[in-house]
Design a protein around this ligand. Structure first.
Ligand code: AVI
Length: 325
């Protein structure tokens, strides 16, 4: 297929600046234990995340989709002939709304999805090619960091990098600073950045979204231990941990933890570590920060990213920002 190119960047583990698994060792041997959220996303984890997006309590995906449906034609009109780079493209469901908008204006379609899951990229790319007969795809399998560094040359007059779904919330403040500088370095002056962010809202709504009644989020959280067992030859017993998520209203973030149901020892053979975990001790697996638009605009502007337009829903639950370098 001439319209599809898939480039495999170095593997996720090989691309770590340090030795594979050193982030796990560091996180499990410090006093307040943590594990990096990227370990959620093995095949089962990616599948569970897709299920989370459909949950009645998880308003995030539904709300952002509705905003995109309302503003996609504005975005296409502002950016004109523009190729779409998407960070963490996953199944590319929301992307279709943007592609439709460019197509409806008779603009050329070029899409550069970036995802760590090569399988996911290949499947969604094939489906997209069937549905959009003029679409060209150049997929990049790898981390954002590598992909942003190795973006192929632009073939249309402009480019938009989309980072939607509020994945920004999973980066801590220092990580987001680094991330914004990487975006700025990847863009040329006049090009665009589309950012989707989950906004601050009453605690009970947030806590319900991360403690769904069907237990999908709990399964997603616990699956990280299975993934780590598989990667590093570990013996985490998922029946001896429970999902624990709450809103920290000082930090304005959801925190997801795994709480130990007993005093136990876990070994990760491939990493040569043995970890003692006390009863009720928790391992933090994710933060999901909730933003306010004024603060994020300000932060973007310190990186030279000027917000041209902001769209929200009627509840003001989610924000979509179109910025220009
Ligand atoms: C991918 N990310 C934006 C999700 C979030 O809401 O922070 C991950 C997630 N964790 C639990 N539910 C969903």
């Amino acid at each position: 297929e001439k319209r599809l190119k898939i480039q495999h960047l170095r593997s996720v583990t090989a691309s770590l600046t340090t030795t594979a698994g050193s982030d796990v060792v560091k996180g499990l041997t410090q006093t307040a234990k943590t594990l990096p959220p990227r370990y959620f996303y093995d095949d089962r984890g990616s599948d569970l995340f897709e299920q989370i997006c459909e949950l009645p309590e998880y308003y995030v995906t539904r709300t952002e989709t509705a905003i995109l449906q309302a503003c996609a034609s504005d975005i296409a009109e502002i950016t004109k002939e523009c190729e779409l780079v998407e960070l963490g493209s996953g199944s590319s469901t929301k992307t279709r709304i943007l592609l439709d908008a460019y197509q409806n204006l008779g603009l050329p379609l070029r899409y550069l999805p970036i995802d760590v899951s090569a399988g996911m990229l290949e499947n969604s790319a094939k489906q997209l090619l069937l549905d959009y007969p003029t679409l060209e795809i150049n997929a990049l399998a790898g981390t954002y960091e590598l992909a942003l560094h190795e973006l192929p040359a632009k073939q249309l007059p402009s480019r938009i990098i989309a980072f939607i779904g509020s994945t920004l919330g999973n980066l801590n403040p220092q990580e987001s600073e680094v991330f914004f500088s990487q975006i700025t370095q990847a863009l040329h002056s006049g090009e665009y950045f589309l950012l989707g962010i989950d906004l601050q809202k009453p605690k009970h709504i947030l806590e319900a979204a991360y403690n769904d009644s069907q237990g999908v989020t709990a399964a997603f959280n616990l699956n990280m231990l299975e993934h780590i067992n598989w990667l590093y030859n570990g013996n985490f017993d998922t029946t001896q941990f429970e999902h624990f998520a709450f809103y920290n209203d000082t930090e304005n973030q959801i925190e997801m933890h795994l709480r130990s149901l007993k005093s136990q020892n876990v070994k990760l053979e491939a990493l040569n570590i043995s970890v003692d975990i006390k009863a009720s001790e928790t391992i933090m697996t994710e933060i999901s920060r909730k933003f306010d638009i004024a603060t994020i605009k300000q932060q973007l502007s310190t990186h030279g990213l000027i917000t041209q337009k902001v769209w929200t829903d009627t509840n003001n639950w989610f924000g979509l920002l179109l910025c220009q370098l």
